[in-house]
Design a protein around this ligand. Structure first.
Ligand code: SAH
Ligand code: SF4
Length: 335
């Protein structure tokens, strides 16, 4: 790590500032570009500090398109995982970061869940995903504007490393992004949400709900058995009260499973009177998936019910399905 290097060589504080500026703000592509450091120092740095903890193994799409996906290889053990860049028409460039390789939650509709849990990513491995896209965007004079923890893995089951990454992302000397531009998406890990309250998390929070009642929910999200819907809603009420922030709810529409009028009514009753926004997500087909995408008629009826109950909602247009970079399609089987 750079901090250890600076300590070891007893370098003055301004060297650290120089490094941060070049590495995080000017997003240099190699230590050779540290022009304000002596050649000798640069050479020592190159041999002792790794420039990036991950390297691209396969690239899908390119930075001029609305989505780009990278299959990364972790240098420490060559394990693979993916990240996505979403370029929105309004100028936002969102990196969908992974915080794990695989995921232990095992949602039935999710390609990552089907892989099972392989490993946690550490904070530098999370930040290096962002830096990789930042370097590409620099070429077209743009920047990463938003981060969503919606790639592989469950952020609230790797909260220490996720917060380590958020510290680097929001540090004014480093990536300097506002915390308001960060979204954590969770399948509803109650202890993790308690931790967010304790840590005074100020970013955005998205809850992957997918069902308005316990039984259906745990049939889709096995880990929901340990995180009962009623308890989840209670902790979210605490969250909203202490942070004053609205929570958004993600709801993947699965044909004939959770897209019925009854589900829409139950969802409206559950969220009525709460500060909530529902994101309806079109299901992205995955290999060996047992589900299909909701037919348009079901989507229309579902939306009509939410409207009747005055629940805020959006039907999310899913970018990236042509490169299997859309929600839930991330896996490492790209052969
Ligand atoms: N583990 C976290 C974040 C990663 S998943 C979570 O579950 O919230 C990011 C989002 O993609 C979640 O809302 C998830 O439910 C959704 N998703 C998973 N599989 C999907 C699929 N096949 N089609 C559409 N969305 C999917
Ligand atoms: Fe894990 Fe999220 Fe996929 Fe569920 S949807 S398996 S929590 S990554």
């Amino acid at each position: 790590m750079i901090d250890d290097f600076i300590k070891k060589y007893n370098l003055p504080e301004y060297r650290k500032t120089q490094f941060y500026t070049q590495y995080y703000k000017n997003v240099i592509s190699s230590f050779d570009e540290l022009s304000n450091w002596s050649k000798e120092l640069r050479e020592s740095l190159k041999t002792e500090v790794e420039f990036s903890s991950i390297i691209p193994s396969k690239v899908f799409g390119d930075v001029s398109k609305d989505t780009m996906k990278i299959l990364f290889k972790r240098t420490s053990d060559n394990k693979l995982f993916e990240s996505v860049l979403l370029r929105h028409k309004d100028g936002r460039n969102t990196v969908c970061v992974s915080c794990m390789i695989g995921c232990p939650v095992g949602c039935k509709f999710c390609a990552t869940g089907k892989m099972g849990f392989i490993s946690n990513l550490i904070s530098t491995e999370i930040v290096d995903q962002i830096l990789y896209f930042q370097r590409l965007l620099k070429i077209i004079d743009q920047k990463v504007t938003n981060i969503v923890f919606m790639g592989m893995g469950e952020p609230l089951l790797n909260i220490k490393e996720v917060f380590g990454a958020i510290d680097i992302i929001t540090d004014p000397q480093k990536l300097a992004l506002s915390i308001r531009r960060i979204t954590i998406s969770t399948c509803g890990v109650i202890n993790g949400i308690r931790e967010l309250i304790k840590l005074k998390y100020k970013g955005r929070l998205a809850i992957s709900l997918h069902a308005p009642e316990q039984q259906l929910r745990e049939s889709l999200i096995p880990m929901a058995k340990l995180n009962k819907l009623e308890d989840l809603m209670n902790v979210l009420d605490d969250y909203v009260e202490t942070t004053g922030q609205r929570v958004s709810y993600e709801y993947v529409l699965l044909n004939g499973v959770n897209d019925t009028k009854k589900c829409a009514e139950d969802l409206s009753i559950l969220l009525g009177g709460r500060m909530a926004h529902v994101n309806l997500i079109r299901y992205n087909i995955i290999d060996n998936g047992e589900f299909t995408k909701s037919i348009q008629e079901n989507v229309n009826h579902f939306c009509a019910v939410l409207k009747k109950y005055k629940i805020n909602y959006t039907v999310r247009v899913s970018l990236g399905s042509e490169i299997e970079g859309a929600c839930g399609q991330l896996t490492t089987d790209n052969s």
